[in-house]
Each structure stands twice: as C-alpha cells, then as structure tokens.
Design a protein around this ligand. Structure first.
Ligand code: DGL
Length: 263
C-alpha cells in the first residue's frame, strides 16, 4: 500500500482492522509529497516506481493505491504491467457516497490533481447518472495533516474558505476524496454542518480489498495468525514514525528509509 505520506494510513488502519492476519507493507512517499499539486503523469511515474519497488523487494501479492491523486493518475490501471492485482480508492469511495446520498446532490473534495481530473464526476455519473456532483479542491489541507495540525483555528479558517462552494451546493453527502482528509473530519464536519454525511473511502477500500483477496484466492491460509506490519518512508524516518504512530496507532513502531532513484 502506498500514499504520498500519512493519508493512506487511514486505509491502512481499516485494512489492519479488517484483515489482521494479512501482512502489510506501507510506503509513505513523504520525500516527494504533496502529490496533489504535481502533474498527473509525474504522479503516475512515482506510483509505478513505488509499485515496482514493493513487488521486487517485498514480493507483495496485491497493491492498494491508498491515494486519490495517484488513483486519478491511473496507477490503479497498472495491473497488467505489474502482474499483480491493483486497487485504487476512487471506485470504492464513489460507490459508498452514491449509496449514502438521498438527495442525489453529492459533494466531493480532494487535491487539485484529483478534482481537476474530474474522475469522480465520471465514476459517480456512471453509477448514478441522475446524481449532481459539486466538487472543489482543498489545497492546504494535506499540508496541515503532514504537520500533525489536525485541529485548531487556522485549519478551521481554511476549511470555512475552501468549503464555501460545498455549503452553497446544498449537498447531503460529502466524499473525502483525499486519504489525508479523514484526519480533518471533525473540522470539516463542523464546517459543513450536521446535515451533511461525511464519507471516507478508507473503510470501503478495505472492504473491497477483503472481497478481492477472497475472490482471487489470495487470502492468507491461516486466519488465526498475526500479520506483520512494515512501514517505509522516503523522507525523514524519525518524523514519519512519530506522527505516523500518532495517526495510525500502536502497529507503527518504526519505519525504514527508501531512497527513490527518481527524485
Ligand atoms: N493523500 C493523497 C490523496 O488521496 C494525496 C495528498 C497529496 O500528496 O497531495 O490524494
């Protein structure tokens, strides 16, 4: 599993809870974060490099792209090239938000890369052609999470400014279309108000992963074993361990360093 940094830990948490007997290798590309403001072909290159590294070094059987921007860049479409199944976060999140919406007015927030790609408009439109999607990019949210500032007046002021189009859009559901955003859920929820249901793709992606492993016959044969969890960062490993353990929980006790060949 990989993300640009700490955001994918929301997906990792859900996957560890649902599949405690599976091993997990998580790579946070904190040395090159943020992905959201980069051209999508560059993000796709980073994602491909990470996928190849995880396959070659850890012999992974399945890859989860725990990042909306990398999924929008098409990294989840690499299954044939990589010879292992690959799952992105966009389809599971889109399905969940369509199911949760009664008014069929759906809000989506994400990075500039994800929102500009209009991938959510396309995927939600395919699932429910009657749905209206109100989307907006939230530059700055990811940086707050990466600094460990998930609450407080500064993030509140930013949220009020960025989420104005969502409030004006009169939506009944809001998809957190960036894996970092669940860490800001309290601030986002307070800003959009109690009538808007927040949907995170983390749990849905873990459910889709569990279904896929079962259908493909890839589930670990011993359901009673305790899975091993490894964490890797391309940036400052100590900082990754300190904030990562706060965000993920006790499974993250240390992290290894990975140096990309293509900074
Ligand atoms: N967490 C990522 C996402 O879901 C990317 C954040 C970033 O690096 O900009 O899009």
């Amino acid at each position: 599993m990989f993300d640009s940094g700490f955001g994918g830990l929301t997906v990792a948490r859900a996957a560890i809870d649902l599949l405690p007997h599976e091993d997990l290798v998580y790579l946070g590309d904190t040395g090159r974060y943020p992905y959201g403001s980069r051209p999508l072909d560059e993000v796709r290159r980073f994602g491909t490099e990470i996928a190849e590294h995880l396959i070659e070094t850890y012999d992974i059987k399945y890859l989860v792209v725990a990042c909306n921007t990398a999924t929008a860049a098409g990294v989840d479409l690499l299954s044939d090239e990589l010879d292992i199944p690959v799952l992105g976060v966009i389809e599971p999140g889109a399905k969940a938000v369509v199911e949760a919406s009664e008014s069929e007015r759906i809000g989506v927030i994400g990075t500039v890369g994800t929102i500009d790609s209009q991938v959510y408009d396309a995927v939600i439109g395919k699932i429910n052609p009657d749905a209206t999607v109100v989307s907006c990019a939230c530059p700055g949210f990811v940086e707050f999470v990466e600094r460990g500032n998930t609450e407080g007046p500064q993030v509140q002021i930013l949220a009020e400014r960025l989420l104005a189009p969502i409030i004006e859009g009169n939506v009944d559901t809001l998809l957190l279309g960036c894996t970092h955003y669940p860490y800001l859920a309290r601030t986002i929820g307070e800003t959009v108000g109690p009538d808007v249901v927040l949907v995170s793709s983390a749990d849905e992606t873990a459910f889709a992963l569990a279904d896929d492993l079962r259908e493909l016959g890839l589930t670990h044969p011993d359901p009673d074993r305790q899975g091993q969890h490894r964490f890797i960062s391309s940036g400052d490993v100590r900082a990754f361990t300190v904030l990562g353990s706060r965000l993920l929980g006790p499974e993250l006790v240390d992290a290894e360093r990975w140096i990309s060949n293509a900074p």
